[in-house]
Design a protein around this ligand. Sequence first.
Ligand SMILES: [Zn+2]
Length: 68
Amino acid sequence: MHHRLDCPRCGSQQATSSNSELAWDEVCCAACGEFLETRQSLEERNAPLLIETCLKSQALARDMGLRV
Ligand SMILES: [Zn+2]
């Protein structure tokens, strides 16, 4: 998997991790191999957006239910 992360060591924005679904899998800089973070911390950072999307679709479903 490829990720877009700034590497504090070399400044590269290319990071990679293996294609496994392991939450503790390491995300490392593709250029110098520096460890940046784990897949889990990346996912937690993206989580608020997913939760918001989820709540919006739930509200939408409720609206549609009322109108039927
Ligand atoms: Zn680097």
